[in-house]
Design a binder for this molecule. Structure first.
Ligand code: SF4
Ligand code: SF4
Length: 464
């Protein structure tokens, strides 16, 4: 950017001209950068897939990169930081400068000494590493911001509200590589023959990716996509990989964790109603409650007792981040306060019931430091000891016969296909777009081939 600015300034002779050129060029280039990130189709690579360009529209004080990766068994970000340290640091510097932030901070688990040492040796100016404890959910944006700065993001707010932008490691890598997002890095672990971290084409099936890692070593098996704490049970093994698939974990079908993921809301509510003893352990361990947010899952559980056909609603469940700590770790009765909070939250949203804005704000809980849940405890409590592995990043040859690229892979407006059946595409070609005035990003072909099907929900490309 600096070189291009100087070139532009060479043509201006007077101070006034030079100032005009400076501001116009800087504005254009910064708009170009936002446009570049949008055109690349970059979205947050975990969670809901928030379009990355939308975080680049206003200056902030601090830029934080989330390398916390606190889900047990997932370690794709660690592998990326090992393999692409230079690219990630250069992406951080680029985004920091664009945002006008005073510095960029990379939050990494302190236990990854090798990664920290390697990066520390080449840290540019105004980039530093913040070592994090090995607890869950250190990667939750609210928790991460608190750990790095001591600031609490207001309830229902964003990091932007405290002058911060947070992006994850793979997003920053995508920005640095300046190429369309056609593939996704994934940890494939658990009960597979050859656990690995791989780069898979978006739209390949979950089954193909697991098979590329030697396949399941148990039968029958079930798959959690995105992690054991915040992931989802895969209902159809032939579903496609998307931009937000963070990892695939295979378990024996009768693993207790899988049984929990299979419980229906009716079961969750009936068992909860009859067995909750209101011990409030779920609230006492809730990371958002500990930050001072008004979420108390035991109150949502209590309300089940007053629910008949419809659930009695409890305000404050708005602020549940669905970390699952209350259900999988805190509750001694094996109940599911998380899913009760989720149902509450959905109904509050449907009925447009807001949390009162003028309600008092609580400071973080005095016991916050002592109530962090170590990842090692999750591993023991959830029966994961047997599935721990390091699954290094390796290059695999995954050449699917077809890819199915979903048109809704991000927060905002779904993309609309701009290709039709019979079109030939190359890897990286744009196949779907979102109007410029709407939140969203384009989608790209993840392999060369012929467009075989186009619907409102997906584009299918077949290898020729
Ligand atoms: S899932 Fe449970 S522990 Fe996590 S934020 Fe929601 S209520 Fe709190
Ligand atoms: S921890 Fe379990 S039993 Fe205790 S209040 Fe929460 S849901 Fe009820």
């Amino acid at each position: 950017m600096r070189r291009r600015l100087l070139e532009a300034l060479d043509y201006a002779t007077t101070i006034r001209q030079r100032l005009t050129v400076y501001y116009e060029t800087a504005y254009r280039m910064s708009a170009n950068f936002i446009d570049q990130v949008r055109r690349q189709g970059i979205v947050g690579s975990g969670g809901a897939g928030f379009p990355a360009y939308a975080k680049l529209k206003q200056p902030v004080d601090l830029f934080i990169v989330n390398g916390a990766e606190c889900e047990p068994l997932l370690h794709k970000d660690k592998e990326l930081m090992k393999a692409f340290g230079d690219e990630i640091l250069s992406g951080m510097a680029r985004i920091r400068d664009h945002l006008g932030a005073s510095e960029a901070v990379l939050g990494i688990k302190e236990k990854y000494h090798d990664v920290i040492d390697a990066l520390q040796a080449k840290l540019p100016e105004k980039i530093r590493i913040h070592p994090l404890g090995d607890f869950y959910p250190a990667g939750d944006e609210f928790v991460l911001v608190y750990e790095v700065t001591g600031k609490v993001i207001p309830r229902g707010g964003l990091p932007l509200h405290v002058g911060i932008v947070v992006m994850n490691v793979e997003t920053v890598l995508d920005v640095a590589l300046d190429r369309p997002v056609t593939h996704k890095y994934l940890t494939v672990g658990g009960a597979v023959h050859d656990p690995k971290t791989v780069r898979a084409p978006i739209g390949a099936s979950i089954r193909e990716v697991i098979d590329a890692c030697g396949g399941a070593n148990v039968a029958p098996y079930a798959v959690l996509s995105g992690g054991v704490m915040m992931g989802k049970l895969v209902r159809n093994i032939d579903d496609p990989i998307t931009k937000t698939t963070g990892g695939l974990l295979v378990f024996p079908d009768d693993h207790p964790l899988i049984a929990k993921y299979r419980r229906t809301y009716t079961e969750v509510n009936l068992i909860g109603k009859s067995a909750c003893d209101q011990c409030s352990f779920c609230t006492e361990l809730c990371p958002r409650y500990l930050l001072g947010h008004p979420i108390e899952p035991h109150l949502a559980m209590r309300a089940l007792g007053f629910s008949h056909e419809k659930m009695s609603l409890v305000v404050g469940t708005h602020f549940c981040c669905e970390c699952n700590l209350c259900s999988l770790i805190a509750c001694p009765e094996d109940l599911d306060p998380k899913n009760v909070c989720v149902q509450n939250k959905q109904e509050l949203r449907a009925q447009k019931i807001m949390y009162p804005e003028d309600a008092p704000v609580r400071p973080p809980h005095g016991m916050l430091d002592g109530r962090r849940t170590p990842v090692s405890r999750l591993i023991v409590k959830l029966g994961l000891k047997h599935f721990e592995n390091r699954g290094p990043l390796v290059s695999i040859s995954l050449n699917p016969e077809r890819v199915v690229i979903l048109l809704k892979q991000h927060v905002g407006a779904p993309a609309t296909a701009v290709v039709k059946m019979g079109d030939r595409v190359q890897e990286g070609d744009v196949i779907a777009t979102v109007p410029e005035n709407q939140l969203g990003v384009p989608l790209h072909a993840s392999m060369a081939g012929m467009v075989n099907d186009v619907t409102d929900a997906f584009v299918e490309i077949r290898r020729e």
